[in-house]
Design a protein around this ligand. Structure first.
Ligand SMILES: *[C@@H]1O[C@H](CO)[C@@H](O)[C@H](O)[C@H]1NC(C)=O
Ligand SMILES: *[C@@H]1O[C@H](CO)[C@@H](O)[C@H](O)[C@H]1NC(C)=O
Ligand SMILES: *[C@@H]1O[C@H](CO)[C@@H](O)[C@H](O)[C@H]1NC(C)=O
Ligand SMILES: *[C@@H]1O[C@H](CO)[C@@H](O)[C@H](O)[C@H]1NC(C)=O
Ligand SMILES: *[C@@H]1O[C@H](CO)[C@@H](O)[C@H](O)[C@H]1NC(C)=O
Ligand SMILES: [Zn+2]
Length: 942
């Protein structure tokens, strides 16, 4: 969310407040500044330290004449606008309550869905459960108690720095606690974990005591003075944003955990804010209220519309309506794409609120606005991940090629876009929304946790070449010292992974939509059956999605028939697809449709689906011809990222199919990965590929760049024998392929120089006999050159090939023996090798000097002409070892289609290399091991 860091600016505040008041008076509601109320462009620019690319906060006045015919302005903005009671009456009359929700697909309660704990989604949920349980109740509510003037047992959140958004000096403190109430309610429904139930109940009780103490209905971790500033159009950081989180949390505690006290607290809060907003409108004007909405207010409209469906109290409906932001929704109503320059996550929740409004009132305009919004995001502002935003803002439509960087796709925006998509699906049953949901969930939610570490998540998903999740303004957060907005939405996302897998349709023959292929089981009450769905993990070497649905049980005596609607995703294809019901082949509709099977189901009935997965490329949303070759590579819904360094081109001739250029890494290869180390004293050094020559470095932590460079695949000359363990290689003649440079091998020169990485097939000097260690110790091996018998890879002052004569046997044996271990890095099950070429070194201008002392920054030696980077899914590395930080390179892989290599220009190449020279993670950056693969892919050189 937009963060303001303001200090000692009171003079400036005064001046700017006056000018913005004046401004507001002149322009009235036309102004949708998208800026905090008091900051002028210069201030804001400084405060957010955004670059000039995204700081063009244009003032785009709504077309007043068109908008004036539209709601909600029509209802509210008339001569009697100052008359609250008039407005109230009009609202009651004009907004008929038509409860549309009967006509829509219904969500399946999280109480009735259980994720398979072995699945990726089940693990992600469990990791989040552990995090929710790690947080201490007294610490969570500390600032609320302080604000209420109650005793504050326990500790506040530390450290007292602006980096920790829950500490007692941050203006939006309490926002995470609101999310915690939502997340824990949903997690409770998803797991029925009683320890969590106790915890969340204790949080609600503690907050209730705070509300009672204050006595006005107000409930927050900061004093109500923040709202005085908000209403005075003075600088304050998003107080209603926080209130929305607390209100939504209380409502979720009521909905999912049946906590009546939470609902009572919520309605008291709403009464308090109803009075505040009423006062502003009576004392000033409604435009004045709308003007204050330029500061981020989260989903105030959404939670209030939802509350109205519970209470039926028209006060709640009116207040909801007053948080619809006319100057933004107006553009959508006019079907004008004016998103560029708007802060994304300020506005997506307002659209979600409008969707609720449609469900309540049936107003078709609200439906149109949401539909147009989704179309626009999908066609002009979304990346191959399904995500949106650059440094939290929308950039120019269809001009995304030069926005790829470290701060793309704020995680909160993905969380909110999923809500938009899911509602549209429920209304229309259009498969495109389910496909979008799958893509955004797969790439933009599952990827934001670091492996199985509770409470380690990211803020932004980097998409730029050479970036990783570990670098940038934020990098990985920590369990107790971050609490960014995206921590709040993150804990919710991982508490409701069971949502939107299934939807139901009521009727004589009830229907169940099976939308997401996530291993889970469901008690489908209206269908009177329970179902287990098993989804095999998707792998690169077997390009199929395999799903088995089994009817587990049926309600006693039920003769009820029902329909299962199985989604056939847009990314599969008919050739090779297979579906069976109890062994009988079912005919499949084309991809993008549902396979519907109606039956009087009986326990044991089984449906199996086998859907082929293809690799495909997708152009970035950019309408400039010169960016047409910037493409993403997808495998089903999963975006693949490059795991390499350097600068690569794919030249795709007119005939070459993608599967000729991109080949799966076989399942067996993980058992061919080794690490060769030597122990000396307390330290352990490991054979490492350092920029194409071989050195010994400190033994790396898993998940780091260094762990990749210390891992080699053993390639046997005789590939016929099967290998299940690296020890099986002993006695064989082998080559060593660097983990991230498939197609290249370790080789030695004609005499005793150091070892290098060269193209395989470039000579016999890359073949070694892997023999039992010359030191005679168990578990060690030695590498003898096949071309220079008697000469071994040895480590003295450096790594080189040394020949036996001239050294004493024992000493030589030591230097030439290495402990043979499993690779520190492993291939992700969705990994491929990409046939690509590097740019010729001569094309590169001199590089800027390495910025720091790290050897990672050194200029690579002249790269060879062809070898093959690895591409892989951006999810965390596969299980072993369990403490592994997630390996998380993330960047769009660009696909190039030059037919003739264009002459590179100095500027683009320089720009490119800046990306490559991003500092690698340093051990000083965080006490949590930084997982860092520098994924680097191609840039266009036109
Ligand atoms: C905007 O802020 C800048 C920097 O603080 C200041 O110099 C300038 O006068 C302000 N402009 C207005 C219109 O207040
Ligand atoms: C709206 O309709 C749905 C579906 O028919 C029903 O479950 C719900 O209770 C209704 N809500 C209200 C407030 O009447
Ligand atoms: C379904 O209901 C049965 C019986 O009440 C229960 O044992 C099972 O855990 C439930 N499963 C799900 C997915 O809710
Ligand atoms: C709740 O979940 C935690 C973490 O998985 C587990 O250790 C604990 O036993 C669970 N508590 C209950 C009461 O189920
Ligand atoms: C998004 O755009 C693609 C075309 O680029 C289209 O196939 C898909 O249906 C759209 N999805 C949505 C949800 O509009
Ligand atoms: Zn966020």
């Amino acid at each position: 969310m937009k963060q303001l860091m303001v200090s000692n600016m009171s003079k400036l505040v005064l001046i700017v407040t006056l000018s913005s008041l004046l401004f507001g008076y002149v322009l009235g509601i036309k102004e949708c500044t998208n800026r905090p109320t008091k900051c002028n462009e210069t201030d804001r620019h400084q405060l957010l330290s955004v670059n000039s690319e995204t700081s063009h906060y244009h003032l785009t006045p709504t077309d007043d004449s068109a908008w004036s015919d539209l709601r909600p302005r029509k209802i509210l903005f008339e001569e009697d606008e100052r008359s609250w009671s008039m407005m109230y009456k009009k609202m009651k009359i004009s907004v008929g309550y038509s409860n549309m929700s009967g006509g829509f697909l219904k969500e399946i309660s999280l109480h009735n869905v259980r994720l398979d704990p072995e699945s990726k989604h089940g693990e992600a949920q469990q990791t989040n459960l552990e995090y929710l349980l790690m947080l201490d109740v007294d610490t969570l509510v500390w600032s609320f108690r302080k604000t209420a003037g109650l005793e504050t047992p326990g500790n506040p959140f530390l450290p007292p720095s602006w980096k920790n958004w829950e500490n007692q000096w941050i203006e939006i403190r309490g926002h995470f606690v609101g999310h915690y109430l939502s997340a824990s309610a949903q997690m409770w429904a998803s797991t029925h974990n009683d320890s969590l139930n106790e915890k969340m109940f204790a949080v609600v009780s503690a907050l209730s005591a705070c509300q009672d103490k204050m006595g006005t209905g107000y409930l927050s971790a900061f004093p109500s003075e923040h709202f005085d500033r908000f209403e005075a159009l003075e600088t304050v950081w998003a107080p209603y944003y926080v209130i929305h989180k607390i209100m939504a949390g209380l409502l979720d505690q009521y909905i999912f955990a049946n906590n009546a006290q939470a609902l009572k607290m919520l309605t008291r809060m709403v009464d308090y804010f109803y009075n505040r907003v009423q006062n502003v409108i009576l004392m000033y004007t409604i435009e004045r209220h709308w003007q204050s909405l330029n500061e981020e207010t989260g989903g105030m409209n959404d939670v209030l519309y939802k509350l109205y469906t519970v209470t039926g109290d028209s006060k709640h409906l009116l207040l909801a309506r007053l948080f619809d932001k006319p100057c933004f929704l107006g553009f959508l109503a006019l079907k004008a794409d004016s998103l560029s320059g708007f802060h994304a996550n300020t506005h997506i929740p307002i659209v979600v609120g409008t969707q609720m409004q449609y469900e309540i009132t049936g107003d078709p305009l609200s439906k149109d606005m949401a539909t147009f919004f989704m179309d626009t995001i999908n066609s002009s502002y979304s990346y191959a991940t399904g995500g949106t935003s650059v440094k939290e803002f929308w950039s120019d439509p269809k001009r995304l090629a030069d926005t790829l960087q470290v701060d793309n796709e704020e995680s909160c925006t993905t969380y909110n876009m999923l809500k938009v998509a899911r509602n549209l699906f429920r209304w229309t049953k259009e498969m495109a929304y389910a496909d979008y949901y799958e893509r955004a969930l797969t790439n933009g939610v599952l990827s934001i946790q670091r492996g199985r570490e509770p409470g380690v998540m990211i803020y932004m998903l980097p998409l730029g070449p050479g970036t990783s999740k570990n670098i940038g303004v934020h990098g990985w957060g920590t369990p107790f010292t971050s609490f960014w907005c995206c921590y709040g939405t993150g804990i919710e996302s991982f508490s409701k992974l069971g949502d939107s897998i299934y939807f139901e349709e009521e009727g004589n023959v009830p229907g169940l939509y099976v939308n997401q292929y996530i291993s889970s089981s469901i008690n489908w009450t209206s269908g009177q059956i329970s179902i287990n769905k098993k989804v095999e993990p998707v792998v690169s070497w077997d390009p199929r999605l395999q799903v088995t649905l089994t009817i587990l049980s049926k309600e006693q005596g039920s003769g009820q028939a029902s329909t299962l609607h199985l989604r056939i995703p847009i990314w599969t294809y008919p050739n090779g697809a297979k579906t069976m019901l109890n062994g009988q082949v079912l005919s499949l509709p084309s991809p993008g449709n549902f396979l519907s099977v109606t039956r009087n189901w009986t326990p044991g009935d089984k449906i199996t689906l086998e859907l082929p997965i293809s690799l495909r490329t997708e152009a970035i949303k950019d309408d400039r011809q010169e960016h047409a070759s910037t493409q993403a590579i997808l495998y089903g819904p999963t975006l693949l990222v490059g795991l390499t360094s350097g600068d690569w081109d794919i030249k795709r001739g007119s005939t070459a199919s993608l599967s000729d250029l991109i080949t799966p890494i076989p399942a067996s290869y993980n058992s061919h990965l080794i690490t060769l180390s030597q122990n000396s004293g307390n330290s352990s050094l490991v054979l490492t590929n350092s920029n194409n020559s071989i050195t010994m470095e400190n033994f790396p932590k898993p998940g780091t760049n260094a762990s990749i460079h210390a891992t080699f695949r053993v390639v046997m000359n005789d590939s016929s024998s099967s290998v299940v363990d690296p020890k099986d290689f002993i006695g064989k003649s082998v080559m060593l392929e660097p983990f991230d440079f498939p197609g290249m091998v370790v080789a030695h020169g004609a005499n005793t120089e150091g070892l290098q990485i060269l193209n395989s097939g470039s000579g016999i000097n890359s073949v070694f006999y892997l023999v039992a260690g010359m030191d005679g110790k168990p578990g060690t091996v030695s590498l003898e050159s096949a071309s220079q018998v008697g000469c071994f890879v040895s480590y003295q002052s450096g790594i080189k090939l040394s020949c036996k004569s001239g050294s004493s046997d024992a000493a030589f044996g030591q230097t030439a023996s290495f402990v043979l271990g499993n690779g520190v890095s492993k291939y992700h099950p969705m990994s491929f090798v990409l046939k690509a070429t590097t740019h010729h070194p001569n094309h590169h201008p001199p590089l800027p000097p390495p910025p720091t002392t790290s050897s990672h920054h050194a200029l690579p030696p002249p790269p060879p002409t062809t070898h093959h980077p690895t591409i892989t899914s951006n999810h965390h590395a596969p299980p072993p070892p369990p403490t592994t930080p997630a390996t998380t390179a993330t960047t769009t892989t660009h696909h190039h289609r030059h037919h003739a290599p264009p002459p590179p220009t100095i500027t683009s190449t320089t720009h490119h290399h800046k990306h490559h020279l991003q500092p690698p993670p340093t051990t000083t950056s965080s006490h949590h091991a930084p997982p860092t693969i520098t994924a680097t892919t191609h840039r266009h050189h036109l």
